[in-house]
Unconditional design. Structure first.
Length: 340
C-alpha cells in the first residue's frame, strides 16, 4: 500500500494541529481540507498551496482517491459526518468525544465493522509517553495495588457554548484513567454549576468508582486562575504524579507509603509511614499528537485495530452520559454495572 490519502474537515481550533502533523508524516498525504469559513480556507491554502480546499464535504466523500477522513469539528456534528464517511467506506479519525449519544456511538461502531474501515477516536493522552510509562509501572506492579487516582484539568478558557466542561474536558481524563486501570467504572457521580451561561456548566467535579474499591476524582473547569493538567496515582507501594505542564519533570515517582506490621499489638502501632526517594524518570520528548496521527496511519496500512478505537470511544461516551445524568440530577450516584 502506498501513501494514505487524507481529507481533513474542520480547521478552526484543533484542526490546524492535526493538519500540521499529518502533512509531516511520510506515509500520508493530505489531499483536501474542508471548512465552512472562507477566510480559514484561504489562510490554509496560503500555508499549504499543494492542498485543495473546499467548503463542500460531499467532494471528500465522492473522491475515490481519499482513503480516510479526519474530523476536527464540534462534537454535535461528529455522528452525522462520521456516519457519512463510513458509509462511503472511508477510514475515520474523529476528535473526542466520539458522539454525544451512546446509541450514535454504538451505531458508528457497528457500521465501521460492517464496512471494514478503521474508526479511531482522538483520545490523545493514551498516546502520551508519560502515560505509557505509568501504565508500564502499573502492569509491572511497581506501584502495587492502586488505591485511588485524582486529576485536575482546569484553565481560564477555552469557554464553549455547545458543550459543558464535562463533555469538553473530561474525555481526556476518563480515557486516561480507564486506560491505566484497564477497567470501567461501576458507578459515577458528578456535580457542577453554570456561572457564565445558563445551562452550560463551567465547573464540574466528577467521581468514578471502580472494582476493588478503586476511586477516581476529576476536577474540570474553564473558569480557573491556574492552568493545570495533572494526574496523581496512589498505590500501595509507590505514588506517581503526572504533570503535563512541566516538560522537565513530567513524572515524579514517590517511594512513599504506609507499612502494616502485624507484630504490634494495636492497629495504630502496626502502621508505619515510609518516606523514600523521589525519582524523576527521563521521558522522551515526543509530541503525543504526532504519535496519535502516526498510529492512525499505521493501523490503516497494517490492518490493525487502533488503541483508541470505536469501542474505546463508546466506553468513554457511556461514562460521560451517565455522568451527565448524575449532573442533571444534582450529583446522585448512577450505577453502571455491566452497562459498559
Amino acid at each position: 500500500m502506498g501513501k494514505i490519502i487524507l481529507g481533513i474537515v474542520g480547521l478552526g481550533y484543533w484542526g490546524p494541529n492535526l493538519l500540521r502533523n499529518f502533512t509531516q508524516l511520510n506515509e500520508a498525504r493530505v489531499k483536501v481540507c474542508c471548512d465552512l469559513d472562507e477566510h480559514i480556507l484561504k489562510k490554509t491554502q496560503e500555508q499549504y498551496p499543494e492542498i485543495e480546499i473546499t467548503n463542500n464535504y460531499e467532494i471528500l466523500l465522492q473522491d475515490p482517491e481519499i482513503n480516510a477522513i479526519v474530523l476536527a469539528i464540534s462534537a454535535p456534528h461528529h455522528y452525522n459526518l462520521a456516519k457519512q464517511a463510513i458509509l462511503h467506506k472511508k477510514h475515520v479519525f474523529v476528535e473526542k468525544p466520539l458522539t454525544l449519544e451512546v446509541s450514535h456511538a454504538e451505531e458508528l461502531l457497528i457500521l465501521s465493522q460492517q464496512n471494514n474501515v478503521k474508526l479511531m477516536v482522538g483520545h490523545l493522552m493514551e498516546y502520551h509517553p508519560a502515560i505509557e510509562k505509568i501504565k508500564q509501572m502499573i502492569q509491572s506492579d511497581e506501584l502495587g495495588d492502586i488505591y485511588y487516582l485524582y486529576s485536575q484539568r482546569v484553565n481560564l478558557g477555552r469557554i464553549r457554548s455547545d458543550e459543558n466542561a464535562l463533555w469538553s474536558l473530561a474525555p481526556h481524563d476518563i480515557s486516561i484513567i480507564m486506560y491505566l486501570l484497564e477497567s470501567e467504572p461501576i458507578s459515577v457521580s458528578a456535580r457542577g454549576e453554570a456561572y457564565l451561561q445558563d445551562g452550560v456548566e463551567d465547573v464540574v467535579f466528577l467521581d468514578m468508582f471502580f472494582p476493588n474499591k478503586v476511586m477516581a476524582h476529576v476536577q474540570l473547569s474553564w473558569l480557573d486562575p491556574h492552568k493545570i493538567r495533572k494526574t496523581t496515582i496512589v498505590g500501595s507501594k509507590k505514588m506517581v504524579v503526572f504533570d503535563d505542564m512541566d516538560p522537565s519533570e513530567m513524572i515524579r515517582i514517590y517511594d512513599k507509603g504506609v507499612t502494616n506490621n502485624q507484630t504490634y499489638g494495636s492497629f495504630s502501632e502496626s502502621l508505619a509511614l515510609r518516606f523514600g526517594d523521589v525519582t524523576i524518570p527521563h521521558i522522551k520528548v515526543v509530541e503525543p499528537l504526532r504519535l496519535e496521527c502516526q498510529h492512525f496511519i499505521d493501523c490503516i496500512k497494517n490492518d490493525k485495530q487502533p488503541r483508541s478505537d470505536g469501542k474505546d470511544g463508546l466506553r468513554v461516551v457511556k461514562v460521560l452520559q451517565f455522568a451527565q445524568e448524575s449532573l442533571t440530577k444534582g450529583g446522585i450516584p448512577i450505577k453502571i454495572g455491566d452497562k459498559i
